[in-house]
Design a protein around this ligand. Structure first.
Ligand code: BDR
Ligand code: CA
Length: 312
């Protein structure tokens, strides 16, 4: 099975992804490292503990990490997408279990050194913890198996500003650090995740398959669907974060391109992931640095069948 660390800011689609990882026999979840993003980091940590309790997986360590981007002003959070509680205003649940005392970047460094070559990092929030872990111990770059990020937008518009996707926008400085390291990075961004829509019928099937976990995802997604459906004729939502995990299991379901990715940290274009496809580099910085695997398309039917199977 795949050893993974999920770096997360739960968050509705984060919850859907974490339950998916817990339910799938091929994942060995070594920890949930939390970060600010959709909600403040204290709430993010609390919610991750609560998800472990619900799934009866309190054996999985949960850590609290960075509370704001490396540079610049503190975040404004996405309560209008995920609710005041991060769980679609279904009500804040205080965790009964305790955090691992380590800070998220330290936990990542410890685990990668414990299992060199074996761990896939799965960041589904802002990349601050990952960048801090690299700064804390640069040797982890060659010891991580790969990094599969939910974030960015190659050829489609952003969701915070016309070019910036939320996870990258929240801390573009950290994202730039992560993209310029010489490790195996895949970016699963809005090019893929905005195309895959999930409606009430799908959520009812998840609940039918797993009344506890699917039922919770169904309840918290109501507010989320209202947000995503504004100005649409259909009512549905997007489970961005879980696509990283599907990619690890089934890369053959995804169309990707090799590109060098640079991140804009300028106010007006903040968070823009500018992709220079292989062979098209003309000058610095496009001729140096590692290639990133950038996701462009995915097999919608196979993915939704897999979700139903795993939540059954
Ligand atoms: C990303 O931003 C957050 O709101 C979601 O949890 C996801 O990680 C989508 O842009
Ligand atoms: Ca997230």
């Amino acid at each position: 099975s795949e050893k993974i660390i999920i770096d997360t800011d739960p968050g509705i689609d984060d919850a859907m992804a974490i339950f998916f990882a817990f339910q799938h026999p091929d994942f060995d979840v070594l920890g949930l490292t939390t970060v600010f993003g959709n909600v403040p980091v204290e709430m993010s940590a609390n919610n991750a503990l609560v998800l472990c309790e619900m799934a009866e997986r309190s054996d999985v360590p949960v850590t609290m990490g960075m509370s704001r981007p490396l540079i610049g002003r503190a975040s404004t959070y996405a309560h209008f997408v995920h609710g005041d509680d991060g769980f679609g205003n279904t009500g804040y649940i205080p965790a009964k279990t305790e955090l691992d005392g380590r800070n998220s970047p330290q936990f990542i460094v410890d685990m990668v050194n414990k299992y060199p070559g074996e761990i896939s990092l799965v960041p589904i929030g802002p990349l601050t913890n990952i960048a801090m872990a690299v700064r804390l111990d640069p040797s982890i770059v060659s010891k991580v198996k790969r990094v599969v990020i939910m974030g960015g937008a190659a050829y489609v518009p952003g969701n915070v500003n016309p070019v910036g996707e939320a996870n990258i926008w929240n801390d573009p400085w950290s994202a730039q650090i992560v993209f310029e390291q010489d490790w195996d990075v895949t970016m699963i961004g809005l090019d893929i995740t905005n195309k895959l829509r999930y409606n009430q019928e799908f959520l009812d099937e998840l609940e039918k398959g797993n009344s506890k976990l699917g039922g919770f995802v169904n309840r918290i997604s109501q507010f989320y669907m209202d947000f995503y459906s504004k100005g649409q004729t259909t009512r549905d939502c997007r489970f961005h974060d879980v696509m990283t995990l599907v990619y690890i299991l089934h890369p053959e379901w995804f169309e990707t391109m090799k590109a060098k990715v640079m991140v804009s940290c300028e106010d007006m274009t903040r968070g823009h992931t500018i992709c220079g496809p292989e062979g098209k580099g003309i000058s610095e910085p496009w001729t140096s640095g590692p290639y990133v695997n950038v996701g462009l398309n995915a097999d919608e039917q196979k993915i939704s069948d897999l979700f139903k199977k795993v939540y059954a």
